[in-house]
Design a protein around this ligand. Structure first.
Ligand SMILES: [Fe+2]
Length: 202
């Protein structure tokens, strides 16, 4: 018999109160101060990630953090852990995809990131999908180039069904990419990494 290896639990939900949140970010992002202008080595889209200004802007995410915390707690619970038993830190940034922008394959595996999330502030139709490798084999054959010699390459992908106001939380090692924004509108997301360490004092 042949079985599948490595199913990965991820959380997908529509965030309670997302309309209010998105209105907040719509207003905020009208200000040039909060609009990322630079595509850097970490991101091929306009992103605040790794910018000097990013740390100064963390307070703009407070409301979002409060809104998504219950979902994070639920996700952590699925691993048999309670959020009051762990110390965690978050690193958050926002991304604006203009027409033609996309994001190539990457993971969020660095430092002590365990989980990552994406919150969808604005997701016009045809503005790009977040795609994960459908299975380990599609990832392996992508990186080794083995797909190039296969008549039927293994290119399975998994595309969570998200919409404006959706949140996905997933293990940081799961590689993903974002397909091209083919709409004439901006696609706006807020992404983050969650670093977790066990608190020995509890
Ligand atoms: Fe990402």
């Amino acid at each position: 018999m042949i079985f599948d290896l490595n199913p990965t639990p991820y959380l997908l939900t529509k965030v309670d109160g997302c309309e209010k949140l998105n209105k907040h970010y719509d207003e905020l992002l009208k200000s040039e101060e909060y609009r990322p202008q630079i595509k850097d080595k970490h991101s091929k889209v306009n992103s605040t990630y790794a910018h000097a200004s990013a740390e100064d802007q963390q307070d703009i995410y407070d409301e979002l953090m409060d809104s998504i915390f219950p979902y994070f707690a639920k996700y952590i619970n699925s691993f048999g852990l309670s959020t009051n038993k762990i110390n965690f830190g978050m690193d958050v940034w926002h991304n604006i995809y203009n027409k033609g922008d996309h994001q190539s394959v990457h993971s969020h595996c660095s430092n002590n990131n365990v989980f990552s999330f994406i919150y969808f502030v604005k997701l016009p139709s045809n503005s790009g999908d977040v795609c994960f490798f459908g299975n380990d084999l599609s990832k392996h054959f992508y990186y080794t180039g083995f797909n190039d010699i296969l008549i039927n390459p293994i290119t399975d992908k998994f595309v969570p069904k998200v919409e404006t106001g959706s949140l996905i939380i997933f293990p940081s090692h799961r590689e993903h990419y974002v397909s091209f924004n083919e709409s004439g509108d901006e696609r706006i997301t807020i992404s983050g990494n969650i670093g977790v360490k066990l608190d020995a004092d509890i």
